[in-house]
Design a protein around this ligand. Structure first.
Ligand code: FMN
Length: 334
């Protein structure tokens, strides 16, 4: 399939694997890129720029296809050394960066000078337009359904994507709630040039996380995510577990006076406990509503091949099937 996104990034299929803390290691990024999508290493999971450089080198050893690096601009006072991370990305020969969180404006000159294409992930039309204005090449439009940080507008993709299509000049992919061929075809119909998946890629053979995580995703339904940290205006969609139940109880008690210190135990240092040790009740970790659509743990290639084959059938059989005989004859579809 050819879209503005496959052309821009030099990939075969319009499918991107979004950066994921403690999931987006070289193994997953390489598997996605080898299967014709765009794999992405999560920059800040590597604690230093030197470690990121090593992870990039490891990924180059596993694939000769294009892959990217995610740089999440966190709302923290002690910011990571972003210029050094960007230097590691540049020296690692990376040509695609997925930015997220705050606007990448400050870092655009450095990224552009290195010939890097920037796709910024954001949850609203206004932030998408800002990304376009500051020189991003594409946007990943992340709806309310998404795993991770859906922003504070609560705008589902059924509205957000066509609104983005009305306003943006640069291409965009649909992110949040994407799992299969139905998601891809719907995203294309709503104006996107591809899709970005997070949660779905965790339930794959190559995702380098504890098997408990994959089994939890298969077992969970679309009713099993919760929004936390709304009172801090740092809303995150997470998979429900005992730690999250505790967190929600604290949020109820504290109300609008909630401070990050009140929930430190349920949000800090949780990712290694869950993703490496498989401790599923450790606390808050991102997970999308799309978990309700995850029923198996295929290889990344099986997943992507299935999506592309089903998408063709969906378009040619189901959608073309709704057309009248004359239209079909004119379009030359059976
Ligand atoms: C476990 C997990 C960790 C994530 N970590 C990050 C991150 O560090 N940076 C980021 O930009 N997005 C992160 N995301 C968001 C994903 O890149 C992607 O935008 C999101 O998962 C899309 O929604 P979906 O889960 O419905 O596919 C994370 C998502 C998950 C599920």
């Amino acid at each position: 399939m050819k879209t503005a996104i496959t052309e821009m990034f030099g990939i075969e299929h319009p499918i991107i694997q979004g950066g994921m803390h403690y999931v987006g290691f070289a193994e997953l990024a390489a598997a996605v890129s080898n299967a014709g999508g765009l794999g992405i290493i999560t920059g800040l999971t590597q604690r230093t720029p030197e470690l990121l450089a090593k992870e990039i080198a490891r990924c180059h050893d596993m694939t000769d296809k294009p892959f990217g690096v995610n740089l999440t601009f966190l709302p923290t006072f002690s910011a990571p050394p972003y210029p050094e991370y960007i230097a590691a990305i540049k020296e690692g020969g990376i040509k695609i960066v997925e930015t997220a969180g705050r606007s990448p404006e400050q870092y655009m000159p450095a990224l552009k000078a290195a010939g890097i294409k920037v796709i910024h992930k954001c949850t609203s039309v206004r932030h998408s337009l800002k990304a376009e204005q500051v020189g991003c090449d594409a946007v990943s439009v992340d709806g309310f359904e998404c795993g991770g940080h859906p922003g504070e507008d609560d705008m589902p993709n059924m509205i957000l994507l066509p609104r983005a299509a009305e306003e943006l000049k640069i291409p965009f992919v649909a992110s949040g709630g994407m799992a299969d061929a139905r998601s891809l075809v719907a995203a294309l119909a709503l104006g996107a040039a591809g899709m970005n998946m997070g949660t779905r890629f965790i339930a794959t053979k190559e995702a380098p996380v504890h098997d408990n995580v994959k089994q939890a995703l298969v077992a969970a339904t679309e009713l099993d995510t919760r929004l936390v940290m709304r009172a801090l205006r740092n809303t995150e969609r997470v998979l429900r577990n005992k730690g999250v139940d505790r967190l929600i109880e604290i949020e109820r008690e504290k109300g609008r006076s909630l401070k990050i210190e009140d929930i430190h135990a349920e949000v800090a240092g949780v990712y290694p406990k869950v993703m490496i040790d498989g401790k599923m009740d450790a606390g808050a970790w991102s997970c999308g509503m799309v978990v309700g659509l995850i029923k198996d743990i295929p290889t990344v290639k099986e997943l992507i091949d299935r999506i592309m084959a089903d998408a063709e059938r969906l378009i040619l059989d189901r959608l073309a099937g709704f057309l009248g005989a004359e239209t079909k004859a004119a379009l030359k579809v059976a």
